[in-house]
Design a protein around this ligand. Structure first.
Ligand code: GUN
Length: 292
């Protein structure tokens, strides 16, 4: 069993991006500039956005963090996004999800100009992805592809079972794994909360992508010997042995599943750092495409 080490892979990719940005700047090119919007003070969202802003600084990108109270109206938020859309210095815009219930997520996602949609959530980005046209890929599935590429894992003809059908992970992941590309060319089954006898599918899987949002949901008896397991879950569970009283676990019961696997991602330090790589690669591309 080999651990797919998100920290090692992301460090390698970030080093490449850092060098690319430095040479871009040396040639008088544009400094990539990411704008991040955080609404409210959800602690997990705070941590994610904080990491994204910190990574921008590490790589030599510019970043702007805009914070709004959770009672901001949808109209006011859309107006703020429009300012960023029209600001020629901003290359990428990300609105951290989830948003408060009174704000329609779709309206917000659809309001971002597609050429600045570095999260890859806009219908134009997702449409291009489905059609295999160049565009921004959703950051987490993109990061997973980068990780598979780094470890030279060939999925051609493999059976991948994606568990979870969210717009930002499960659905795009199923599309990307089935595309005629590398990594890709897999046979994909997309399972979800209404799938009957989930285990019947996961037991056939050469690769399981777990993106369900339920702690330790995938257990050893659901996994075939030698499978590759990619765990997208980030769930906080009580743990009295920790000073904070809690710890992070994935959607996979790592301790029981890992011994059966050929490869497995840990949580934390697996897919999480790769999501940031996907975002940073998209932001650099946005800057390059801005024509400055
Ligand atoms: N919430 C959970 N994952 C993500 C992500 O990749 N991007 C944004 N903007 N919000 C998220």
């Amino acid at each position: 069993m080999q651990i797919l080490d998100g920290v090692a892979v992301s460090t390698h990719i970030k080093e490449q991006l850092k060098q690319e940005v430095a040479s871009l700047k040396a040639k008088g090119g544009k400094t990539p500039h990411l704008a991040a919007i955080l609404v409210g003070n959800n602690p997990a969202s705070e941590a994610y956005v904080g990491n994204k802003v910190k990574t921008c600084a590490e790589l030599g990108y510019a970043s702007t963090l805009l914070r709004f109270e959770s009672n901001i109206t949808e109209a006011a938020l859309l107006a703020e996004i429009q300012k960023l859309n029209e600001d020629a210095d901003i290359d990428g815009i990300l609105v951290q999800l989830p948003l408060p219930a009174h704000i329609a997520e779709n309206a917000v996602i659809n309001s971002i100009y597609p050429n600045k949609d570095v999260d890859g959530f806009h219908p134009i980005s997702q449409g291009k992805m489905v059609l295999g046209q160049p565009g921004f890929l959703p950051a987490t599935p993109y990061g997973i592809l980068l990780m598979l590429e780094y470890y030279n894992i060939d999925l051609t003809g493999k059976h991948c079972v994606v568990v979870g059908r969210s717009n930002i992970v499960g659905t795009p992941m199923s599309v990307l794994l089935s595309r005629n590309s590398r990594p890709g060319n897999a046979t994909v089954t997309l399972c979800h909360s209404k799938t009957k006898d989930l285990k019947q599918f996961t037991l056939q899987a050469d690769v399981i992508v777990a993106a369900i949002g339920r702690p330790r949901f995938i257990t050893a008896e659901m996994v075939k010997e030698g499978a590759i397991v990619i765990d997208v879950g980030i769930n906080r569970v009580d743990d009295a042995s920790k000073k904070s009283g809690s710890r992070l676990v994935g959607d996979v019961d790592f301790d029981s599943v890992a011994p059966r696997c050929s490869y497995i991602t840990p949580v934390p330090k697996g897919v999480g750092p790769m999501t940031i790589c996907g975002l940073m690669k998209n932001t650099l591309n946005a800057a390059k495409n801005s024509g400055k």
